[in-house]
Design a protein around this ligand. Sequence first.
Ligand code: FAD
Length: 605
Amino acid sequence: MPLISIDDVAEKPFDYIIIGGGTTGLTIATRLSENPEISVLVLEAGAANFNHPLISKSSQHGFQFGNPDLDWCFQTTPQKHGLDVQYYWNRGKTLGGSSSINFQLWVHPPKADVDNWERLGNPGWNWDMFEQYSSRVYNVDKTKLQVDGWKIWDATKSYGTGNVKVSLPNVIDSDIKFRESLVMMGVPKAPAPYHGNPNGAYINIGTYDPNDYSRVDAATAYLRPNLLRPNLVILTSALVHNLIFDSADGDLVATGVQFSSTTDKTPRRAYAHREVVLCAGAIKSPQVLELSGIGQAKVLKQIGVPLRLELPGVGENVQEHQVVGVANELKEECPDMTYDLLRDEKEYAAHGELLTQGKGLHTIGITNLTYAPLSTFSGMARAKELYSAQKKKIEEHKKKGVYPPGREEQYNLLLDLLDPEKGNPDVELVGFPGYISFPRLPIPGKRYYTLCAVLNHNFSRGTIHATSRDPYSNPEMDPHYFENDIETQSMVETVKWLRRLAQTMPIKENLDHEHNPGPEVQTDEQVEEWVKKGSITVFHTIGSCSMLPLNKNGVVDPNLKVYGTRNVRVADLSIVPLHIAAHTQSVAYVIAERAADIIRSSAKY
Ligand SMILES: Cc1cc2nc3c(=O)[nH]c(=O)nc-3n(C[C@H](O)[C@H](O)[C@H](O)COP(=O)(O)OP(=O)(O)OC[C@H]3O[C@@H](n4cnc5c(N)ncnc54)[C@H](O)[C@@H]3O)c2cc1C
């Protein structure tokens, strides 16, 4: 059914109500509505934004930020261990959610990281499951899968049967030289980046339609081809406040939701015969649960919401990735176009034209990824020193009994991953064809290539909680960045290494000088301070409604059902209990595909 108005929905019953029409929400809604007998309502707070040029034209990374029509513009609390810096946490507020504003990298996690979810008490949530469901999501373009002797996809494996087209965008000379310099610095090629072992350097693909380089997101891949299904009802500009419940034998039974149009804010209701599925993302899903009376007694008391179900894990166990970028200005004679040019109006228009010929900046992408152990960057001795210090700290805290239920098990797995002898990928490097570096800003008209360091497996744990019963006010986000020194020091060591890489041929040939941090940042202490001032989020928040056993502070069980409820599931990135060395959209789609299967099989259709 085409998009409809609020009066077509208010006070009406549906089989399923899906809260949030983002990456996971649209995927699940499309799958459930394959059965024409089943009615599905999606309530999305953002607008439809079909064919919005800031979404459909690829590679406009960050151009949507701060635009309230597309971005929630979240902001964290000042970070106590990070010089009180507040971080912007941009998220898609539109049909398609964050898949519509993301940076389009298509990345698969390492096998060990997904298998860890099963080890934490979630049978069936393992690497085999990831492979099975992801191949239902992606559809790899076979025409460009070999570049300069770098094999992108294992031809013996499935190319996928899904609707999310992924392909290799164009690359610039600095991308090629960066990769060659990595090899010069001893980084091996990743053995199986899309099939369980991304440890090393590789060329990655992205959510680009190979026919015209446009963005592929959940709206274009899942919803658009099925928009006219009469049983699929999508209401946009509709913010869900809370769930409505009855109770049966001590369990909560959701009968519907309370929501309002974002223009008039008058509370309305819609009813669910079967289930309510929460897909509002890792930042808003815990808030919706709390405003429904599900969460920590203390938090609900503070906001004046009566407690219906005590679940201490709601809004806890929050984990995030951080990135810091060393930005180098390109030499005048270097021929590369970089994203920096798009900040100039004339260039922006010119590249819009070039796109029609399959050329220009809207056809290039972020294609250089490397996953490697900390020891690659710090040397083995320093990696061992940092690992031992972290291990000691954790052992001491275990003895003092300070950890909440379930945390020790997570830290045991993280220590195992971090053990330098095992060589797992702790850090990711990204070659970014433009400026993505802070706090110093770029000089207009100049072109840059940024060498980025990303932390994959953080020990720090944060929180996301509602601080008001007003559904229109954002929850408080506190990721506890840099609470563990291992995170700060891993970044410091990697930044020092990246500076050496910039002096290595052949990338050195293209780089004029380092613009940020710049020559005044030299000692380890100065690098540390710069890292704390200059790091940003990678937009990968997880854990706020973790899938864990109930006695380990779980919020949902392995069937994604909220403990203590009969028919409420959470099926978005918030359920991931332990972070992965990967960008997260592939995981979000996998969670959604599996959730759809779980829901269909529990309803026996
Ligand atoms: C800027 C950015 C860059 C990224 N880059 C990459 C990348 O290059 N590669 C990669 O793999 N991953 C990337 N990611 C991460 C990836 O896109 C996300 O992890 C994934 O899309 C999250 O899916 P989700 O369904 O959990 O949440 P979302 O897709 O964010 O969906 C949540 C939806 O719920 C809606 N909503 C929220 N609250 C309510 C409410 N109360 N009522 C109604 N609707 C509500 C939101 O508007 C949104 O549409 C990036 C993310 C961002 C934000």
